[in-house]
Design a protein around this ligand. Structure first.
Ligand SMILES: [Zn+2]
Length: 62
């Protein structure tokens, strides 16, 4: 199993932060606190058929 590091931005403070992605799970959604402003970021990760990782971040309750 390989853990991928993927960068996205915080929807609260706009800072670029890196997330650790487990690519063996095709679709996952979880909440991770921002490393900068400590706000709860909802992280949506999708693994495409060609093993590309697509990551989206949004605010909680949005
Ligand atoms: Zn932040």
């Amino acid at each position: 199993m390989f853990i991928h590091e993927k960068e996205s931005y915080c929807p609260y403070c706009g800072e670029i932060i890196s997330f650790l992605i487990d690519p063996s799970i095709e679709f996952q959604e979880y909440v991770e606190d921002c490393q900068i402003c400590c706000s709860p970021i909802v992280v949506c990760v999708e693994i495409n058929s060609d093993n590309k990782i697509s990551i989206q971040t949004r605010k909680e309750n949005e």
